[in-house]
Design a protein around this ligand. Structure first.
Ligand SMILES: [Zn+2]
Length: 258
């Protein structure tokens, strides 16, 4: 019969439970929760095999902590190499990978923003009339192609695409972004700098060192001030197109930083 051993086991368990019950009652209220120590003291023989397994689980716990720390570091995008920009790029890459992984089925959580961004995206085909120029980045000449973004102004290819996408998104919200001054040649920057030195022009960077000469800065001519709807829109949205207002006091100056 199969029942017999089960029954006898149950009886044995009953006995085991029954036996210490008087001892348990004698213990303080918290004692029943300290089952480990109670079991160990009640069954000293089982201590030998228990100890190594405790060591093993301690090691496993430590290993797990390390893994968690490593993943946390990876998720942040290995720090210390590129500063915030590097971390941001890492986050962007992670975001893109996430988007890819979600594949064809539309991801609800990201949904609205991602779709909106996609709709505003500007393809290579939409850029035309590019010209090859010599730009300057940190005083060093650099060959680049700049494209028109309206109003006779130009930006470096990637910045031009991003700016047009931003213009498109702004338009949907009833905001006009009018290009005032984009890419500048060395001659143009020299003139502006001289005017600044003469006291007849705005603050201008030393020739060779302006973001405008790198083809990534745009002065938006119709912002009108820090309190305007246009500025508010830029403050809330420019970043997602890669543009930041990086000159204090110049609400019109937006630099593409990607
Ligand atoms: Zn500017």
């Amino acid at each position: 019969m199969q029942l017999a051993p089960v029954r006898s086991n149950l009886i044995r368990i009953d006995q085991r439970v029954g036996l210490p019950s008087s001892a348990v009652q004698a213990l303080p209220a918290a004692a029943p929760f300290q089952t480990d120590s109670f079991e160990q003291s009640a069954q000293p023989i089982s201590q030998a095999p228990v100890q190594p397994s405790e060591e093993t689980s301690a090691l496993l716990a430590r290993a797990l902590q390390l893994l968690v720390a490593i993943f946390a570091a990876l998720a942040k995008g290995i720090p210390g190499l590129g500063g915030n920009d590097g971390a941001q790029a890492g986050a962007d890459k992670a975001g893109k990978a996430g988007g890819k992984r979600n594949g064809n089925g539309k991801h609800k959580a990201e949904g609205k923003k991602a779709n909106g961004k996609k709709a505003d995206k500007v393809s290579d085909k939409e850029l035309s009339g590019g010209k090859k120029v010599t730009g300057y980045v940190n005083g060093k000449p650099q060959k680049m192609t700049v494209f028109p973004v309206g109003n006779g102004e130009y930006l470096r290819d990637d910045a031009a695409k991003a700016f047009k996408a931003m213009q498109r998104a702004a338009k949907k919200d009833g905001i006009q972004l009018t290009p005032g001054s984009g890419f500048r040649t060395m001659e143009e920057q020299k003139k502006l700098y001289q005017a600044y030195l003469n006291g007849t022009g705005n603050l201008a960077a030393k020739p060779g060192y302006s973001n405008h000469q790198g083809g990534v800065a745009m002065d938006i001519s119709n912002v009108g001030g820090y309190g305007t709807r246009t500025y508010q829109w830029l403050k809330e949205n420019a970043r997602r197109f890669g543009f930041v207002n990086d000159v204090s006091g110049e609400y019109w100056h937006w630099t593409y930083k990607r």
